[in-house]
Structure formats: structure tokens, C-alpha cells
Design a protein. Sequence first.
Length: 332
Amino acid sequence: MTEHHASAPHRSAPHHRVLTRRRLFRTAGAAGIAAASGLLITAPASALSPLGVQTALWGLYYYDGSRDGDLGPQSDTAIRQFQADRALVVDGDAGTITREALVEVVSEVQGHVDAPEDGDYGSTTVAAVKIFQQEQDDLVADGRAGAKTMAAMGITRTVPGGGDDLNPDLVLPEWNTEISRAQVIDRARFWAEDQRPYSMGESSPGPEPAKLWRTDCSGFVSMAWGTFPDDKRIGYTTGMLHPDAGHDITRAIEKEELEPGDILLITPEENGKDVGHVGLFEKWANAERTSWVILEQAYATGGTVRRTIGYPYSPSDRGAHFSPYRYTRIVD
């Protein structure tokens, strides 16, 4: 595995290695801790500000909201997930210990891409991480150090005792990448077992508490697949899910090919309305394949459900216009 070593311009401005209590202990023992006095030695103010906290959480793939320095509810859930992974007190408060831990983790990422180890996840770090990702075979080159990227760097993301409240089989390390059929169904059941009210305007977290998804049918499918377009980060729309929309996320299949995690879709045009509908295929409900188990977020049902309906989508008066499609990144 090849690591990127940045060119000289990365070192053109002098910088100092960030020394936290933990790092000082590793390098200087008890004397180092005494010298630290519980404080960060060289972390810039930008890394410790509310915006710096938010930016670090974004860079480490805990946060997907606006980076505006307002540590609101979405930032709170991201902070809690980071605290859980680091075995810190989970209170959503970005206090000294949490900010120190964020600076340390970001600095460790920076050290693997030869970026200035200042704990500030700025544009230089994003560019350096992106180059590292481009040199790997199976990483999305987005400049963000999610779990998969950190693993490729040899960095421990969840420390012993951390992340006890998360189901590792449901939480995705990165978006818009390969996902198994079992993961798709389990992620869909995550909402089905904790029903979300249907809304085209509201959003709700999936298994990753810091990531929000639109609580309509296509937002639900996007959550289960772990995918979204750059301009609609809370999920695709039904029209966008169709192969003809040009997003290269689905392909048409035949009824006989249907497997768990595939979809039955009717586009707005086929529906004769402003909106279409989509549901996830879980399994056939009978040997004749005339009925099937659907996982869906539906207006008619009030929210997320798992139920048995007729194929292709009965009793809807437009049910015959539903067709099966497969997510292009799903794997068996």
C-alpha cells in the first residue's frame, strides 16, 4: 500500500507538532504530562473554535451538516458519536477533553499524509487526504478520513471501550460505496423497527446518528443504500433513482432476478403525478411469486413499514407501472 508524501510546499511555513497529554505521555512520560498541565501546547485557535470542532467532525466523517460554527442538534449528535468512539463521557459537550481528542485524531491523520500536524482539518488536509485516497484501490477520494480511510492509514478509530452503543454491522464507514444485501435490509429495518413519520420536508438519522436522511420513500431507500448526490445530501428523489436520470446508481432487472435490497420503482412520469414511489424488496412471500415483502416509507401507511403486498405493487391503481431495479453498488 503506497502512502502519499506531500511536496515541499507543505513544509514551506514552519509548524509545530501538536502535543496532547496522551501524546506527551507516549513521548515523555509523567514529566510530559506535568509539562502539559492538561492543556494543548500548540493547537491553533481555529482548531479549538466551534467552527474548528465542526470542521474536524466533518473531516472525520461524523458530521454532514453546514459548517457554520453553530453547534446545534446535528453537531451534538456528531460530538456524541465521536465521544463514544473515543470512550469519553458522552454528553454532546465539546469541552476541553473532547476538543483535545479531536485535535489529536486529526493530527494523526495529518501525520499519515504529510500535512502540517496542527489538528485543523482545513483545505490543505482535505487535499492531502484526497491524494492518499486516490492512491488506494478501494477508497472514495473525497478528502474526508472516514473509518475505511483511517483503517487504510493504520489508525484506530474506535478505541477499546468506545462505540458500545453502535451496531458495527449497520454503521457505514463511507457513503456511495459498495454495500452488501444484508446490510441494506438491516439498515432498512432500523427505520422499520423505529418508525419514522412520512414527510418530504423532514429528515431523520439512520444508524449513523450524525447523518440525516429525508423521511420519504426515496430518502428511505437512499439511507438503506448509504448513497446520495452531492446536491441532495439527504437522499435521491424517485425520479433520480431511475437509470435514465443519468446518475448511474441503478439498472433495470427482470422480476426473476429480484433479490434482497433491490427496488420496485414508479417514476413521477409513470405515476402521472408530481412524485413517484419506491420500495425495497426483502423477499418473496409465496412460492408463486405473486406477493412479496416490502420495506418502505409510505404516505399511505403514515411512515416506515414492513408489509406484504401483491406484485408488482398491489392494491395501488398504478401498481402495474412499478418496475424492478438494482443498485449498481450492491454486492452479494
